[in-house]
Design a protein around this ligand. Structure first.
Ligand code: 5GP
Length: 192
């Protein structure tokens, strides 16, 4: 029996380590990670088409007009969106597709596709989150403070997700998410 792949939304405050967790999950050959589009400038070391598709605001608006996004949202002054076409193709091929996106985007996906699975990755504490954000050394103080405020708001919305997983260690967090996906695949309704 071959099922269509799952659409899995993973959110969590910036600095919670979700990028590392998603990278680990992506080692599974049955999982694909959607490459988002953004109007934010690339950070040092980021590569177009790998980390994001970097678009101008005009290009981003054109893609909205063409109904090219599963969801999109504004986050700290920049637009971010999940391209629809690639995700649909992967799902048809039976691959599980991960969208690593913020909370507004997750709520849009949930509305459009009630079958999607939403997972919120929680930092062990706000203090730990702050130290991880500062440790990155890629952002200005202003951006760090903006992101911390946003993180606190996002954590309040974690109750609207299907699952909450605490990222104490990457290994445990990955194991927990893999267990969620495995159980979801075995739901009787997915065999219909
Ligand atoms: P960053 O600028 O740190 O790469 O990402 C900022 C936030 O935007 C993160 O919470 C990330 O998960 C979220 N994000 C990345 N891509 C998308 C997307 O396609 N849609 C939405 N809604 N959020 C995204």
């Amino acid at each position: 029996m071959k099922n269509k792949g799952l659409l899995v939304v993973i959110s969590g405050p910036a600095g919670t380590g979700k990028g590392t967790v998603v990278k680990e999950l992506a080692k599974d050959e049955n999982i694909r990670v959607s490459v988002s589009a953004t109007t934010r400038a690339p950070r040092a070391g980021e590569v177009g088409g790998v980390h994001y598709h970097y678009l101008s605001r005009e290009q981003f608006k054109d893609m909205i007009a063409e109904d090219g996004f599963l969801e999109y949202a504004e986050y700290c002054g920049n637009f971010y969106g999940s391209p629809k076409k690639q995700a649909d193709e992967w799902k048809q091929e039976g691959k599980d597709v991960i969208l690593e996106i913020e909370v507004q985007g997750c709520m849009q996906v949930k509305q459009n596709d009630p079958e999607c699975i939403s997972i919120f990755i929680m930092p062990p504490s706000v203090e730990e989150l702050e130290s991880r954000l500062r440790g990155r050394g890629t952002e200005t103080e202003e951006v760090i403070l903006k992101r911390l405020e946003r993180a606190k708001e996002e954590m309040k919305l974690s109750k609207d997700y299907d699952y909450i997983v605490v990222n104490d260690t990457v290994e445990e967090c990955v194991k927990d998410i893999a267990a969620v996906l495995r159980a979801e695949k075995l739901r009787a309704k997915r065999f219909a």
